[in-house]
Design a protein around this ligand. Sequence first.
Ligand code: APR
Length: 233
Amino acid sequence: MREISNIVILTGAGISAESGLATFRGPEGLWEGHRVEDVATPEAFARDPVLVHRFYDARRANLKTVAPNAAHLALARLDAEWPGELLIVTQNVDDLHERAGAKRILHMHGELRSAWCLACDARSRWEEDLGDHPPCPSCGAAGRLRPDIVWFGEMPYAMEAIDAALMNADLFVSIGTSGAVYPAAGFVQTARYRGAETLEMNLEPSLGSFHFHESRTGRAGELVPQWVEEMLR
Ligand code: APR
């Protein structure tokens, strides 16, 4: 087996499920509660910004009621102690990786705690409600802030950095994602094509499980700490 030095870890909603944040496609899934077209598209925001702001304001407020779980904490420990390169690419817009202490994180779908001004293009850290149409902290324009979330049909963030990391990875690990949404669902194929080992940890086999050298099924709160112990042994 190839010497492992550079690790890329992809996380999805499943890693935050045990912190109490709903996943998107489970029985209690977030999108089940809201039709995707109603909240997570640029068209929805143009049509009904109040509804979209209310949806994300509720999710932002919910962040205050949850905490990182054992899987987030284990990844933060690996981030701190792993001697090689390590990158956590998360599809999640929560801040649980940061609050667990991880540092090397890329949010490819944006963040609930960030707002984007459509007048001056500036991003600003955001804790409160955008539904009150607050002024942009950078340019002062009122009512021009949108959630800094990558919506369906929009380009994910940091794709060049992610592709570069995948090209250079010795190990690609996918945690808590259904493999339903691209480009993230294709990362395993890129990594494998470049000769990386690939490991999936998920509550059930994902849509792309067959691409992985190894697939472990179970709760992230159990599987991820076990895996980190193995890596740091
Ligand atoms: N431990 C591990 N995996 C879990 C757990 C758990 N405790 N609970 C649920 N899962 C798994 C589910 O089995 C599912 O395969 O997590 C996965 C979550 O899948 P989705 O709900 O589809 O979430 P995700 O893959 O992150 O969605 C990707 O789709 O809607 C868009 O932009 C949104 O970032 C999101 C993207």
